[in-house]
Design a protein around this ligand. Structure first.
Ligand code: ATP
Ligand code: MG
Length: 330
């Protein structure tokens, strides 16, 4: 079975963008893959976090994974900081990736733009991400389009590491593939469809959180920026707002964009947005009910503890092989 690794940062409550780009795949892939899903709390601290909120958001994210349908009997679920091998392997990767490669990363440029002070961890973030992936010999990494550059960095790193430290017929690290959904790999902000939807956006109307009440989500859909043509068609260049809503609609209804475009031919944005709000509510309501039950239960801690134990065994093995190859064991 192919191995899957992915995760989300507890830097806020996941948005429908995180769901479409990543979390939906977590659930779909677990049946016929060996899946490991992580809560990336060490990545979250690359930008300032309030300790209490980080703690809470970590538990919330774990409960959300489960409420969305990630099954702890099938998949391993754990918190990044609980497995020390991530930070250790991250250091090794950091010592092998040229500074220039990190400075070129657009996520770093975006996140550091207009900030008065930027911590070094924001720059070296991708080295920790490389470590996360290689530790589990992941074949496939389901993440959104915004992670394309980081995935390329990971693939290049694996080639270079194996070439330098492993023998040709026995590579140490596995080269992963980037897996994105056919459409919706980059869900855009509802207020500015030239920007990606992000859970850490200051403008609450720009994103729908997976914990927004359906009524609130409906309001956000209704106030989503579109255009004045009144025509529902898919054209991300000319009609980014409407196309984004079509991507969202398609993901939540499991219907093709073509199918939706023909259904809404001749109808206005009002009816289209109203129907999308209903589809969204049908998804959010039962999922949120499961979420609130899980958050109250003791189950969560047990699942995360068990998950970390399982992850640690695999991660420590890979780390030991890396350290050995690099001459760090004597
Ligand atoms: P932050 O602003 O804190 O970075 P984020 O919304 O980008 O938050 P991450 O935790 O960085 O969330 O990403 C989690 C997963 O969601 C990744 O796989 C990422 O590629 C994916 N993702 C993030 N934003 C989007 C989006 N707008 N559309 C589709 N996928 C997305
Ligand atoms: Mg992000």
């Amino acid at each position: 079975m192919k191995k899957i690794f992915s995760g989300v940062q507890p830097s806020g409550i996941p948005t429908i963008g995180n769901y479409v780009g990543a979390l939906k795949q977590f659930v779909d892939l677990q049946d016929d893959h060996d899946a490991i899903y992580c809560i990336m709390n060490q990545h979250a601290i690359t930008v300032p976090q309030d300790p209490e909120s980080l703690r809470e958001n970590t538990r919330r994210l774990a409960a959300l994974y489960l409420a969305l349908g990630v099954d702890p009997h099938q998949s391993t679920i754990f918190v990044q900081g609980d497995v020390a091998a991530h930070a250790k392997a991250g250091w090794l990767v950091q010592c092998l990736i040229p500074l220039g490669e990190l400075e070129r990363m657009t996520q770093f440029k975006d996140k550091s733009a207009k900030k008065q002070s930027v911590m070094s961890g924001l720059l070296t973030y991708p080295t920790l991400m490389v470590a996360d992936i290689i530790l589990y010999h992941a074949d496939l990494v389901p993440v959104g389009d915004d992670q394309k550059q980081h995935m390329e960095l990971t693939r290049n790193f694996v080639d270079r590491f194996n070439k330098r430290f492993a023998s040709k017929d026995q590579p140490i690290l596995t080269k992963p593939e980037h897996l994105t959904p056919k459409s919706g790999g980059r869900i855009m902000s509802l207020q500015d469809p030239s920007q990606k939807m992000s859970k850490s956006d200051d403008n609450q109307k720009a994103f729908i959180s997976l914990l927004d009440e359906p009524k609130k989500a409906a309001k956000k859909i209704k106030s989503a920026v579109t255009d004045s043509s009144g025509v529902i068609s898919y054209d991300p260049e000319e009609k980014p707002g409407v196309s984004n809503l079509l991507d969202i609609y398609s993901a939540f209804s499991n219907r093709s964009i073509d199918d939706l475009v023909s259904e809404y031919e001749g109808s206005g944005y009002g009816a289209f947005k109203g129907d999308l709000a209903e589809v969204m509510a049908d998804f959010l309501s039962p999922m949120q009910a499961r979420y609130y039950d899980l958050l109250e239960s003791d189950e969560l801690e047990d699942i995360l503890r068990e998950g970390a134990k399982k992850a640690e065994v695999i991660a420590n093995q890979t780390l030991a092989e890396m350290e050995d190859a690099m001459g760090l064991r004597y």
